[in-house]
Ligand binder design. Sequence first.
Ligand code: PHE
Length: 342
Amino acid sequence: VRAKYLAQVAEAADEPAIEAVRIAALGKKGEVALMMRGLGKMTPEERQAAGPALNALKDEINAAIAARKAALAEAALEARLATEWQDITLPARPRAEGSIHPVSQVMEEVTAIFADMGFAVEEGPQIETDWYNFDALNIREEHPARTEMDTFYMHRAEGDERPPHVLRTHTSPVQIRGMTARGAPCRFICPGRVYRADYDQTHTPMFHQVEGLAIDTDISMANLKWVLEEFCRAFFEVEGVELRFRASHFPFTEPSAEVDIRCSWEGGALKLGEGDDWMEILGSGMIHPQVLANCNIDPEVYQGFAFGIGIDRLAMLKYGIPDLRAFFDSDLRWLRHYGFAA
Ligand code: PHE
C-alpha cells in the first residue's frame, strides 16, 4: 500500500491528480482509512503494532503530497519566469511631457517678485456685478469707459431682478474687494483673467492682468515708480530696461499714468531695451479718494497707489513673441518653437 501511493503521488502531474490520490488513500472511504477502521477488530497486541504503523503511513503519504505540491508550484513558477521576461536593456518609448504655459509661468514669476516686496495675493470672480467692475471704481453709467472697454455683458432673462453682470474687463474690481475686506493699511496684488471684445496682434478677447496696490498714511507716486522699476528689473533680468511714464486718465486714479517700455520690432522680432518703439504695459496712479471712501477707507488719513499690468504683454516682451494671439492657439508647434513644450 505504501509503495503504491507514494508512487502515485510522485507521478501526479497536477493538483487535481494529487487530490485524487489523497482521496483514494486517506479520504473517508480511502484504503488507509478502511485499514484504520480494521483496528477495532484486532487484539490489543495486534493493535499496538498496527496502530502506530498506520499513523506513520498516513503521515508519510501526507508529507509526500505536500512535497509534490511544492515541487509542482516551483516548476510552474520556473516555467512562467522562462516565458514572461522583459528586456530591460531596450530603450524606453518616448513620452510626451506637459509643460507650463508661458502665461502661467509669467503669472507665477510676477507673483513671486511682488511677494518679495511684501504684497499679499487677492483673488476675485471673473463674472462681476457692474458695481464692482465699474461703479465702485468711479466709472458711472454715463462714463465713456463703459463702452471703450468693449465689455461682455451677461445675458439677463426678462424680469431678472439681479444687477447686471459682466465678464470683468480688468482686475480692478478685485481692488475693491481686497480693500473692503482688508481695510488700511494694506498691500496686495490680484492676478487673473480679464475679458474685452477686442482682437488684433496685441489684443485677445481673454487676457491676463495683475493689479497691485499699496495703501498707507504716506504713499506717493514716488513709491509707485520705485516699485514698478524694481519689478521690471527683477522680471526682465536685463539692465537698461527703460520705462516711460505718460500722464493719462483713469476714473479710479488721480493723478494717473500709463507706463510704456522701450522696445524694437525690427524685422518682426521683438526686442527689449533698444529701438524707438514703446509698448504700453500698464496703467497706474494714485487711488481716487472716492474709491477709497467706497471701500470704507478714510481718504483724509490714507492714500495709495494702484497699477494694472498686462501679463500677456510681459510674456510677449520677455520671450520676444510678436503676436499675442498665438498664446491661445494651443498650437504645439508654436509652443515647441519657443521652447514651451517638449
Ligand atoms: N484697470 C486699468 C485697465 O485695465 C489699469 C489700471 C489699474 C489703471 C490700476 C490704474 C490703476 O486699463
